[in-house]
Design a protein around this ligand. Structure first.
Ligand code: CP3
Length: 354
């Protein structure tokens, strides 16, 4: 019986087909999401309502023949569970209580046994129970650097100057904050695995902010520590690292962390990264989400331009970043069709069985 294509690629088996999923596959571009989100009251209430959050996780699978479900939650659940005030203001994104000195860092609580983590894990187990056999369940967290940057800035910020300065300067409170986030991320991911997550993705959306040795100590080392601790506590659960903007440093991240796959932003050609990756590491990405707004023929060509760059057995088809709210769901269907057609085609990367 064929296995789950996503797990096959992550564990170096030949998949039955090229695995496909989309970052932000559950979200505002789907009318059925907007309906449930309205019913939940707010985005955060939706995240902490296991029945509704599991429903929203499953919605895209009803429309598209996807190979993975990604837990519906947010990377900012971790600071929230640590006691940092958080709200999502309509139209302006997340607003957090700022954490930028040692008193604030000392006041952070462990994520373990928090109500927030408990609710999210309940969602994981509900989704896992409802999932078709061939679909893998992805759990996730934000990487310490990206989560720290939201905590330091108190929300979204164009340049993240305070956060980047803290990383370059590295005062004791910043080191402590990163240590607390490493520990919290481990506990949170272990709990997700125990609840039924089969793959973990670590989102470092702002990895591209840092350079040189500060990139290594602030982006790479915390993710390496999380991965090592995860392995100690729950064995080899496949990990996808999405260090967005890492550019020329993706291969370094992959090797240092021992990731089963690296996600790559759309600015980087997959076939430029692939030869430098460790042999057992797959690549995920990287169609530009803006291409989904283009007309059908152009979208198809842009999708094929990604497919051409990576063989099925080492590739997880995805976007270079999340689906944009203005996307027509039909565009995702079109992309899926293009991927399936490509793998059936006579391009030498197709199925060998008749
Ligand atoms: O479908 C999925 O991908 C799973 C759920 C998921 C969400 N956020 C739901 C969400 C995941 C994996 C995330 C990760 C996340 N959250 C990241 C890393 C990926 C990336 O986008 O770079 C980051 C940086 C966040 C923080 C965050 N959450 C911001 C800055 C915002 C506001 C901007 C925006 O897109 O609205 C969010 C809100 C958010 N997270 C929404 C969703 C569906 C929109 C909420 C709504 O319904 O209004």
């Amino acid at each position: 019986m064929p296995g789950k294509a996503l797990l096959d690629v992550l564990q170096n088996r030949r998949p039955e087909r090229r695995p496909v999923w989309f970052m932000r596959q559950a979200g505002r571009y789907l009318p059925e999401y907007r309906e449930i989100r309205g019913r939940a009251g707010s985005f955060l209430e939706l995240c902490y309502n296991p029945e509704l959050a599991s429903e929203v996780t499953l919605q895209p699978l009803r429309r598209f023949d996807l190979d993975a479900a990604i837990l519906f939650a947010d990377i900012l659940v971790v600071p929230h569970a640590m006691g940092v005030g958080l709200r999502f203001a309509e139209g302006e994104g997340p607003v957090l209580e700022k954490v930028g000195d040692s008193a604030r860092v000392r006041a952070l609580r462990p994520v373990r046994a928090s109500q927030e983590a408990e609710a999210v894990c309940r969602t994981v187990s509900l989704v896992r129970q409802a999932l078709p056999d061939k679909v893998a369940l992805i759990g996730f967290c934000g990487a310490p650097w990206t989560v720290a940057s939201y905590m330091i800035e108190g929300g979204s910020s164009e340049e993240r100057l305070q956060a980047r300065l803290a990383a370059y300067q590295r005062p004791p409170w910043f080191v402590d904050l990163m240590d607390r986030l490493i520990e919290a991320s481990c506990d949170y991911l272990v709990a997700q695995v125990e609840a039924g997550a089969e793959v973990l993705q670590i989102f470092d959306s702002w990895a591209g902010d840092l350079t040189g040795p500060v990139f290594d100590e602030t982006v790479v080392e915390p993710i390496r520590l999380i991965r090592a601790e995860l392995e100690r506590r729950c064995g080899k659960v496949p990990v996808i690292v999405f260090a967005r903007g890492a550019g020329s440093k993706h291969a370094r991240v992959a090797a240092a962390v021992g990731a089963e796959a690296v996600g790559v932003e759309q600015a980087i050609e997959l076939d430029w990264v692939l030869p430098d990756l460790p042999e057992r590491c797959a690549i995920q990405g990287n169609l530009d989400p803006t291409a989904l707004l283009a007309d059908g023929g152009r979208l198809e060509a842009l999708t094929q331009a990604v497919l051409r760059q990576a063989p099925m057995e080492r590739h997880i088809f995805n976007l270079g970043h999340g689906v944009k709210p203005s996307t027509d769901p039909a565009a995702l269907s079109r992309v899926m069709e293009t991927v399936r057609q490509w793998d059936k085609g006579n391009n030498g990367q197709s199925l060998s069985v008749a």
